[in-house]
Design a protein. Structure first.
Length: 194
C-alpha cells in the first residue's frame, strides 16, 4: 500500500467527494475514503480531523482571497465597493474548471443538515473577517457589518446561480449582476417605508 505521494490531501478530497456523491455522506467512512486511494485511516486523520473537514478544507484560501481583494480596493472606496473588490478577488478561486467540483460538493452539502450548518458557519466566519477588515479601514458600525453581510449574501446567491446547470458566466460576472439587482431593490425602498 502506497502511504505517501505528493498531493495526499487533494487525493483524499477528490475520493471523499466522489464517495459522498455516490454513496452518501453518512454512509461513507474515513477508512473507506483512505482505502479508495490506497492509504490508511491513520493517514487520513493526519490531514483531516474528521470526514466533514474534507469538504471544508481550504477555507483559509477563500478567506485570504477576500482579504487580498479588500486590500486592493482604493482608499476612498465605499464599504460596499471594498466588499465587491473582495468578491471579485475570491471569484478567481472559482474557475470554470472548478465548477463541476463545486456543483458536486454543494449537492452533498444540500443533502445533509449538519453540513449545511457548517457551510453557514463558514460564511458567517467569512463575514466576520470582512467586517473586521472594513473596521480596520476606518469603516464604522453598523456600516462594516451591513456591508460584510451584504457581501456574503451576494456571494452566496451568486455562487448558487454560478453552479446551476447551463450557467457559463464567471462567478465575478454573476456576482456583479446579483449586486446590480440588489441595488435596484434598495433604490425602490422609500425612506419612510411602505
Amino acid at each position: 500500500m502506497v502511504r505517501w505521494e505528493p498531493g495526499t490531501p487533494e487525493r483524499l478530497q477528490r475520493a471523499a467527494l466522489e464517495l459522498f456523491a455516490t454513496r452518501g455522506y453518512e454512509q461513507t467512512t474515513a477508512t473507506e475514503i483512505a482505502r479508495s486511494v490506497g492509504l490508511t485511516e491513520r493517514t487520513f486523520f493526519r490531514h483531516f480531523t474528521d470526514k466533514r473537514e474534507v469538504l471544508f478544507h481550504g477555507q483559509h484560501l477563500l478567506e485570504e482571497a477576500f482579504v487580498t481583494g479588500m486590500r486592493s480596493a482604493p482608499a476612498d472606496a465605499s464599504p460596499l465597493d471594498v466588499v465587491m473588490c473582495a468578491l471579485r478577488s475570491a471569484s478567481e478561486f472559482f474557475t470554470d474548471e472548478r465548477r463541476p467540483h463545486s456543483r458536486t460538493r454543494q449537492s452533498v452539502i444540500d443533502r445533509n443538515p449538519a453540513l449545511q450548518e457548517r457551510e453557514l458557519h463558514k460564511l458567517d466566519s467569512l463575514a466576520a473577517t470582512v467586517a473586521e477588515s472594513l473596521r480596520a479601514r476606518g469603516v464604522g458600525e453598523p456600516s462594516a457589518t451591513l456591508a460584510a453581510k451584504t457581501g456574503m449574501t451576494v456571494f452566496g446567491t451568486a455562487f448558487t446561480l454560478w453552479i446551476r446547470e447551463g450557467e457559463d458566466r464567471s462567478l465575478a460576472d454573476v456576482a456583479d449582476e446579483v449586486l446590480r439587482q440588489l441595488l435596484e431593490l434598495v433604490d425602490r425602498v422609500s425612506p419612510a417605508g411602505p
